[in-house]
Design a binder for this molecule. Structure first.
Ligand code: DAH
Length: 339
């Protein structure tokens, strides 16, 4: 049996040496070490070996197996190295070759304006808060001093989900919630989605607004005007003229509307501003004492001011975009030109 093993060893080592590639090397491995391999088969003869001889023969079997395994292993490694060297030589990457043009995305108008506004307002000491888009009639209207059958509800054609639940028509709904849950003094802004049943070149059923609210002692219209003027200059650029006009909102008294000089003609008058030199951009006012009282805030002690602006509207004015719908087409060439 020892002789037979020696013979197998010589044969196996010889065939290993001769193997010309990985596949034939594997064949050798199977032929000698596999389940039906020569070495495995010969082990079955062990039972014919006398018990005294067995340990010696057993040790020799192991020796032969290790020798063959080692030799095959070496050869395998050599083949792998050869393969790698070949690959490295043939698969060179030319890093100086011009790359394919990959179009990069662009930041959309809505987050761009929202982020700018947040930066400006946080710098002025505002806290950013969030509110639900599916809102109760109470927070969206009632608590903002817009009772049922109030004519101003007609201005905001709403998507009702049930009698008392709707998609919020204005971020002003966040005012009601914050007034109810916070203790003055506080300064908050709340950007987010709003919904109205309206769709044309300047209206979309889903659009974005940003609400602002300041409540403190001795807050006045003068504070509001100073703050909005500064905010508009930072948003629309140094040299922007700001104009205030009287207006009406149920939740502010007095109410104002704010115009900025047309960024296209800088106030001279052009097609964008219909020759007026100004564009209307937001609503604001001194918080109606009734709104404070509804939320349980002492309106003798505290006053406040609020503002609300459309995000898409801001981008349209800033970039002289005539049709809101181009903004939702997401054409990167268009979006890349926005500021
Ligand atoms: N909520 C108003 C709207 O959607 C905008 C507005 C006007 C918000 C005056 C305010 C405000 O906070 O004081 O038309």
């Amino acid at each position: 049996m020892i002789e037979k093993l020696k013979e197998i060893k010589v044969k196996a080592l010889d065939e290993t040496q001769k193997a010309a590639d990985k596949k034939s090397l594997n064949d050798v491995k199977v032929k000698f070490l596999g389940k039906q391999g020569e070495l495995t088969l010969i082990l079955r003869g062990m039972r014919d070996v006398s018990p005294e001889e067995r340990p010696k023969v057993g040790a020799f079997v192991n020796e032969v197996r290790s020798a063959i395994e080692e030799e095959i292993g070496k050869k395998e490694k050599a083949f792998d190295e050869e393969e790698l060297a070949k690959a490295l030589a043939s698969e060179k990457v030319d890093i100086t070759e011009p790359s394919k043009f990959i179009q990069r995305g662009a930041i959309h108008a809505v987050p761009m304006i929202t982020d700018k506004l947040i930066d400006i307002c946080v710098d002025m000491g505002f806290t950013v808060v969030d509110g639900p888009e599916v809102e109760t009639d109470y927070y969206n209207f009632e608590a903002m001093n817009i009772p049922k059958n109030h004519p101003s509800r007609d201005m905001q054609d709403s998507f009702y989900i049930s009698e008392n639940i709707l998609l919020r028509t204005q971020t002003s709904a966040v005012q009601s919630r914050e007034l109810e849950s916070r203790k003055p003094p506080f300064k908050i802004i709340s950007p987010g989605k709003t919904y109205r049943n309206d769709s044309d070149a300047t209206h979309s059923p889903v659009f974005h607004q940003c609400e602002g609210l300041v409540v403190d002692e001795n807050v006045s219209m003068a504070d509001l005007k100073i703050m909005l003027s500064e905010m508009m200059r930072r948003l629309y650029g140094e040299g922007t003229k700001v104009r205030f006009r009287p207006s009406f909102f149920p939740f502010t008294e007095p109410s104002i509307e704010v115009d900025v000089s047309c960024p296209n003609c800088h106030g001279d008058g052009c097609k964008t501003c219909k020759g007026t030199g100004f564009l209307e951009i937001l609503g604001a006012g001194v918080v109606n004492p009734r709104v404070l009282e509804i939320a349980g805030i002492d309106s003798k002690k505290y006053t406040g001011f609020a503002f609300g602006m459309g995000i898409e509207r801001t981008s349209m004015v800033l970039n002289s975009i005539p049709d809101l719908r181009t903004m939702y087409k997401n054409d990167v060439r268009f979006l890349n030109q926005l500021r």
